[in-house]
Design a protein around this ligand. Structure first.
Ligand code: ZN
Ligand code: ZN
Length: 318
């Protein structure tokens, strides 16, 4: 668990064991992936609502108990957790846009996270995954679903000229997801290791003068990257914004107007459609983006190193 000072993560035995409430399952966590938002929390750039705090939201594991109202057939299933629980009652939720729910519980940020041996999860948010999926693919399903939702919202056609700006772990998963849609994206990424990983997953490095992209995905949230995204977009293009930089960024509105570019924000995914889609039409071997794994005892080292490793880092809990 995480203390009040940055990076003060330690493994502890004195955290209360979860009990399955009505409609919940208890998941014995097998692994947790690390993403940029976790690093913001660990470094203190983002604050938890209380300390000590349990971080982590990209988890998978096995259902070991089920509360009242849950089908007993769920026991023993290997599941991936969808770590955003919308209210399912508000106007946005009723319209199917659960990612816009103002009362959404954000696991790891507004509710304690999943980097624990046992966690309680609302049963519909614990998604069974096929037996033939490797654990390394299961641990990537949540961020992969973020990528697939961005592709769905952007309306990427298979023959579209596509650019991905920034290939951290989210951008790299986006490349794998686009490749599964029959699209070979170009990538803009200053760090050679990250760029090479994206190329190994089916992307190509963009040339300095490459423009005219019909769909552009911006994953970093920085002003320089947004400028590249808009400048390289074709007239009539859609620029899908996934990166949450935290600071307001300027954009060349003259160019957006003259080229009639659509700027489309994309935040996480909508329940339940995007997880259903990600499981029903799996992207081949998303676990290829994993480049480092650590045991739970070395969780603190895992978070410290994660920002420097191209691709994704995960923690093996059991
Ligand atoms: Zn994440
Ligand atoms: Zn809602």
């Amino acid at each position: 668990m995480l203390g009040t000072s940055p990076w003060s993560l330690r493994v502890t035995d004195d955290w209360p064991e979860p009990v399955a409430g009505f409609g919940q399952v208890i998941v014995r966590v097998r692994g947790v992936g690390i993403c940029g938002s976790d690093l913001a929390l660990l470094s203190g750039r983002r604050r938890a609502p209380a300390y000590p705090w349990v971080p982590g939201h990209e988890a998978f594991g096995d259902v070991v108990a089920a509360g009242e109202g849950v089908d007993r057939a769920r026991l023993g299933q290997r599941v991936v957790i969808e770590p955003n629980y919308p209210c399912l009652k508000c106007q946005s939720c009723l319209a199917g846009l659960t990612s816009l729910c103002p009362d959404r519980v954000i696991v790891g940020f507004t509710a304690p996270g999943m980097l624990a041996r046992l966690v309680a999860v609302p049963a519909p948010f614990a998604w069974p995954v096929p037996d033939d999926w490797a654990d390394t693919d299961a641990v990537c399903l949540e961020p992969l679903t973020v990528a697939l939702a961005a592709i769905r919202r952007g309306g990427a056609a298979p023959d579209a000229r596509c650019l991905v700006v920034g290939t951290g772990s989210q951008g790299t998963l986006l490349c794998a997801a686009l490749a599964a849609h029959g699209i070979k994206p170009s990538v803009l990424e200053p760090r050679a290791g990250r760029r090479e990983l994206a190329v190994s997953l089916g992307a190509r490095a963009a040339d300095p003068g490459d423009t005219g992209f019909e769909i552009v995905f911006e994953t970093s949230g920085t002003e320089a990257a947004l400028t590249e995204a808009v400048t390289r977009a074709a007239p009539g293009a859609t620029v899908v914004l996934i990166g949450l930089g935290g600071e307001a960024t300027a954009v060349n509105t003259g160019l957006v107007v003259r080229h009639q570019i659509t700027l489309r924000g994309s935040l996480i995914y909508d329940h339940p459609r995007d997880f259903i889609g990600a499981i029903a039409a799996p992207v081949p071997s998303p676990g290829r983006v994993l480049r480092a794994s650590y045991p739970l005892e070395q969780a603190a080292e895992a978070f410290r190193a994660a920002g420097e490793v191209p691709g994704k880092t995960w923690i093996q809990v059991t």
